[in-house]
Design a protein around this ligand. Structure first.
Ligand code: F3S
Length: 70
């Protein structure tokens, strides 16, 4: 459990619309009209960072980066 918030970014050149991020963490990842991931919480508050990471790890394209903030 972390007490830090995080900045989450999606590399749209990598995102292929698998939507696993959105399925696992819909509070953080939405999908745009093309089915690509959109981060809707910036920054992600500490209580949701674990969920953000689970969504990131589930992406088969490794398109999502989670950076902890100081
Ligand atoms: Fe894209 Fe990966 Fe999510 S391909 S829609 S960032 S699971």
């Amino acid at each position: 459990m972390t007490s830090k918030s995080a900045e989450v970014t999606v590399d749209l050149n990598r995102c292929m619309g698998h939507a696993r991020c959105h399925s696992l963490a819909p509070a953080i990842y939405d999908l745009d009209d093309e089915g690509k991931s959109v981060v809707i919480l910036d920054p992600v508050p500490p209580e949701l960072v674990k969920e953000a990471e689970e969504g990131a790890q589930a992406c088969p394209e490794h398109a999502i980066t989670v950076r902890y903030q100081d």
